[in-house]
Design a protein around this ligand. Structure first.
Ligand SMILES: [Fe+2]
Ligand SMILES: [Fe+2]
Length: 218
């Protein structure tokens, strides 16, 4: 078994089983699987994608105060929206947990975890695929829009990111929820990139040598 170490995967799964509801765990496993599929499709390292997918929601159920404290201790700059909606910090805090509790050192994996909710302008390809997998994994629904975005995620990463940003932003507006400025910045960056005005995301996690290796997700 690979997953760089199947032991790490087992340890993370045990921790998740004790710290998140089973429904959320199923979401996590689907994000892991879709991230691996996208990574293989784009020639990125499937093991890094699997790790990021598996650990992207570690802090999903941390209390708001804990999220704020951990983000501040890490020295993160908090926006007003972070302060009023600390739940949005669960992505950044999940990366802290992956690093400090599970010993993840790869910057690409940590960034992909941290970027899975709001994205980031210019984020690399691994971050893009975990961002897409989080919103588009099969459990999110079976609408025509979602299916079109899923198809797009396998044909054009850059366009898929900004269109998925639009999908999420539209929902936030409909539900009268706050929009984090980083989400808008991500959307604008990838919109511009899709029109050729900016360089598309780099494939920072390419590892052609790992392409043929088995990976166990269940
Ligand atoms: Fe999340
Ligand atoms: Fe998620």
């Amino acid at each position: 078994m690979v997953f760089s170490s199947s032991k790490l995967r087992e340890t993370v799964l045990e921790w998740l089983a004790a710290n998140v509801p089973s429904q959320r765990l199923q979401h996590v496993l689907r994000v892991e699987e879709m991230s691996v599929s996208l990574a293989r499709h784009y020639g990125l390292c499937p093991l890094m994608a699997a790790q990021a997918g598996l650990m992207h929601d570690l802090a999903k159920f941390f209390k708001p105060q804990r999220l704020l404290e951990m983000a501040l201790a890490e020295g993160l700059t908090l926006d007003l929206v972070d302060q009023t909606t600390p739940h949005l910090l669960h992505a950044d805090v999940s990366a802290i947990v992956a690093r400090d509790r599970f010993g993840v050192e790869e910057e690409g994996v940590l960034s992909a975890i941290a970027n899975h909710t709001l994205g980031r302008p210019g984020m690399d390809a691994l971050s893009c695929i975990v961002y897409l997998a989080d919103t588009l994994e099969p459990g999110r629904g079976n609408t025509a829009t979602l299916n079109a975005l899923r198809e797009m995620s396998f044909t054009n990463l850059t366009t898929a990111v900004y269109r998925t940003c639009d999908y999420t932003l539209t929902h936030l507006i409909e539900q009268q929820r706050p929009i984090h400025p980083r989400a808008l910045a991500t959307r604008n960056w990838f919109l511009q990139a899709s029109r050729g005005a900016l360089q598309p995301p780099a494939g920072g996690a390419r590892a052609p040598g790992l392409e043929g290796q088995p990976i166990h997700l269940a």
